[in-house]
Design a protein around this ligand. Sequence first.
Ligand code: FES
Length: 81
Amino acid sequence: MQVTVRGLASGRLTFVAYEKEDLQKDLLHFLLEKGITIASSCDGEGVCKKCGIQNGWLTCQVTLGEFLERQPDSVIDVSYL
Ligand code: FES
């Protein structure tokens, strides 16, 4: 199973594998663990709003599982990547 990180600035696609146990992790920390650079200055407190992706979602406020339910194509759009 995998998600795709689409960098809107570069046009680059990065494919990131996940396991069932990753579904409960917040998307911010899941992506950081996988080496994807997601901006954050509040470490997931929901304050800085720098970790945003498409549809106004904050990666620190949604689990990977919730994201996949809302975004069936599994593509994460990051504007500054
Ligand atoms: S990391 Fe600051 S709002 Fe998400």
